[in-house]
Design a protein around this ligand. Structure first.
Ligand SMILES: [Fe+2]
Length: 330
């Protein structure tokens, strides 16, 4: 049943969904209704202030990206800067995002927007109270503000994801790994942070996945390591994007981390360990210990900033010459 008021905490419920529907979270794609927008109040003035805060905090606190075509006409995801000196007019940035394909992710909400972070924690605590077996660790939250033509190329995230959609409309394509498998080596490389989460994606998979359209007030969740892509449907989009680990996904993450290191450092060719198996648990212990010791550090990715937004440049994008591009540690 849906709860408008939660007796156990005395707070208004943030999630308007049937407990049975929520029980499928972590197992298959799930959509449900939420009330975060009423409390987050992410109108233009609020967004503009948060953009100014993120720009001042510097590029370790945000990702600004767009999809462009490479020399072969394939989509390529490039990252840029909001500003070179940390100063921006938030409303002007919002207008530039509204004009097209820019995609801005404001990170570290616990520091930059603690009111939004607290709201998300409240929603996760409600899920934990209502959904048997649900738990969350390493909660990471960000605010996504993206233009009407923005899109995100097919990729895999290294954590479980719930997208709490607030404004605009977007379509998410989800690819079940049982039908659209990604090589283990590619997933390891993402877990080891050698590459951005983009994967090479066969053309024939395009639009063959499950399409879910997000409307304001809707939340989307899908299982760990599912390939997904996103396209905005002609409006400014605002969402709170959240990532977390469930005990099952921590095990899988640790096992992939260990296999990846064994393959790269020790020249081994480990077989895939089945999810839920003892082999996976043992391998996960090794992988999580290696992760804690930062044994992957020397291969971690360095991303050059390709552009800075600029009102006077074509499409509001001013490119850096390759030898002058600032390097982002992400
Ligand atoms: Fe994603």
């Amino acid at each position: 049943m849906a709860h408008a008021f939660r007796a156990e905490t005395g707070q208004m419920s943030l999630i308007n969904a049937n407990d049975d529907a929520l029980a499928a979270i972590n197992h298959r794609p799930v959509t449900f209704l939420h009330r975060l927008a009423e409390r987050a109040m992410l109108d233009d003035d609020h967004l503009a202030r948060l953009i100014e805060t993120a720009a001042a905090a510097g590029p370790e606190h945000y990702n600004l990206s767009l999809v462009e075509e490479d020399e072969n006409g394939s989509p390529r995801w490039v990252q840029g800067l909001l500003s070179e000196n940390g100063q921006v007019d938030g409303h002007r940035v919002l207008d530039m995002i509204r004009s097209g394909r820019l995609w801005l992710q404001i990170e570290h909400l616990a520091d930059l927007a603690p009111h939004l972070h607290a709201l998300i924690v409240e929603a996760y605590d409600e899920l934990t109270a209502r959904v048997k077996g649900f738990s969350y660790r390493n909660l990471y939250c960000n605010l996504l503000i993206s233009g009407p033509e923005a899109r995100v190329t097919p990729h895999i995230d290294a954590a479980e994801v719930i997208l709490w959609h607030i404004r605009g409309r977007k379509r998410m394509w989800l690819y079940d790994p049982a039908k659209f498998p990604v090589p283990e080596r590619t997933v390891e490389s993402i877990i080891l942070r050698e590459q951005l989460e983009d994967i090479s994606f066969p053309d024939e998979w395009n639009e063959k996945g499950l399409a879910l359209d997000a409307e304001p007030g809707m939340a989307l969740s899908f299982p760990y390591l599912w390939t997904h892509s996103v396209e905005n449907l002609g409006e400014l989009n605002v969402s709170l994007q959240t990532e977390y680990h469930h005990p099952r996904s921590i095990r899988r993450y640790g096992a992939l981390f260990a296999s990846g290191l064994a393959r790269r450092r020790l020249g081994m060719d480990p077989e895939a360990a089945d999810p839920g198996s003892l082999a996976e648990s043992l391998r996960a212990m090794v992988g999580l210990a290696a992760k804690a010791l930062h044994l992957n550090r020397e291969t971690e990715r360095q991303i050059p900033a390709a552009f800075v937004i600029d009102e006077t440049a074509e499409g509001y994008v001013r490119r850096f010459a390759p030898d002058a591009a600032p390097v982002l540690s992400k």
